[in-house]
Design a protein around this ligand. Structure first.
Ligand SMILES: Nc1ncnc2c1ncn2[C@@H]1O[C@H](COP(=O)(O)OP(=O)(O)OP(=O)(O)O)[C@@H](O)[C@H]1O
Length: 352
């Protein structure tokens, strides 16, 4: 990691952009944090995030301190200079900047997903080290549209189609996305108006990645009326519906979870079978999903949960049965559906 202290340099040209009131709204979620780390790659979106956040700080004088970090994946020869350019710009804005170097991977071993995971790990570690309780990224409305489209393609339900959340927990930290409703074009224009150059990550248009291929479809969809604004609106509506369904699931869990004395043992969740059968299908699926995720290996694909729920429904009233899903063992008897951790595969075979 290399850190650069802010240096006093000439002020930047005043960029066109949102008015003070809009800035206050955009960055309102920052104000509950004493320190926020801005994740700035040097691309137009995150460069604009840095400009806008600094502008907000100068105009609204919030109690929040801002910090900047750039992760250098070391994958392209230019990446070091790009990170340094972000550091120089942060310095001009009076913001502390850190470059976080990741070990260069062996050729052909790096997947986008792994790079993202390591990036968030490095950012979280740095946030912890400087006392920041939130990390802000510069995802835009266009990123949200891509996410919704991608999840549609993967067969997501309502929760997935709600897209990225503007704020969500990330371990002990909060991940903030203040620009989620802003069009990318606006952020590019902001950088240009401020006379700031930015870099574009070539992997964004690399056709080996499904996301990049999907991105090429967006203009055709927009021409048919399904533009980023429409998809972002859909995501917000889905998020609203998802919140209501999650609240209903909380309530169902309280009602259906058998009393502590009746639970079969540590880590086993027992739900009343008749109660589960009487629930609206969507709530029953969520309940099963939560139980399987809690005792098993984590979140389960919706299609697999649907198959599990169909199997439970198809059992006759006095019929018993058991099956495993994602590390969970689901047992059904006349009265209850019990979801516990599945025995290790070998032990399970022997037990049968
Ligand atoms: N090298 C980097 N250093 C610091 N921040 C970064 C870096 N790369 C990306 N970010 C942050 O993450 C945001 C999203 O970037 P991008 O869309 O390229 O990431 P992604 O790989 O799709 O990851 P995800 O969407 O899961 O965050 C950027 O706007 C920026 O805030």
């Amino acid at each position: 990691m290399s850190r650069s202290a802010p240096a006093a340099e000439p002020a930047l040209a005043d960029p066109a952009g949102p008015a003070t009131a809009d800035l206050a709204t955009l960055f309102a979620p920052f104000t509950v944090h004493s320190d926020v780390l801005l994740a700035v790659s040097g691309g137009p979106d995150s460069t604009a995030l840095m400009l806008l956040a600094q502008r907000w700080q100068a105009q609204c004088r919030p109690p929040t301190r801002l910090h900047v970090a750039t992760v250098d994946h070391g994958l392209r020869p230019e990446s070091r200079a790009e990170a340094q350019a972000v550091g120089a710009l942060a310095g001009r804005l009076g913001l502390a900047h850190a470059r976080l170097d990741l070990p260069v991977p062996l050729p052909g071993t790096r997947l986008q997903e792994a790079a993202r995971h390591e990036r968030y790990q490095a950012l979280a570690a740095h946030a912890g080290a400087i006392g920041a309780t939130a990390i802000a990224t510069a995802h835009t409305r266009d990123d949200q549209a891509e996410t919704v489209l991608f999840r549609l393609m993967r067969g997501s339900g309502i929760g997935g189609l709600a897209g990225m959340r503007a704020a969500r927990p990330h371990g002990p930290l909060t991940l903030l996305r203040p620009l989620l409703s802003r069009p990318k074009a606006e952020l590019v224009a902001l950088c240009r108006a401020a006379g700031i150059s930015f870099v574009e990550d070539p992997s964004n248009s690399d056709p080996r990645f499904a996301r990049a291929r999907l991105r090429t479809l967006l203009p055709s969809l927009a021409a048919e009326g399904l533009d980023a604004a429409a998809m972002e609106r859909l995501a917000r509506r889905m998020a609203r519906a998802d919140a209501a369904l999650e609240a209903a699931t909380d309530e169902a869990l309280r009602t259906l979870w058998l009393s502590a004395a009746e639970r079969t043992g540590e880590g086993t969740i027992r739900l009343t079978r008749a109660g589960l059968a009487a629930l609206p299908e969507e709530i029953a699926l969520r309940l099963l999903g939560r139980a399987v995720a809690a005792v098993g290996e984590g979140p389960v694909e919706l299609a697999k949960l649907e198959a599990l729920a169909a199997w439970i429904r198809a059992l006759a009233g006095d019929e018993h049965g058991a099956r495993t899903l994602a590390g969970a063992l689901v047992r059904v008897n006349r009265r209850a559906v019990a979801i516990g951790r599945a025995p290790a595969r070998r032990a399970f075979r022997q037990a049968r």
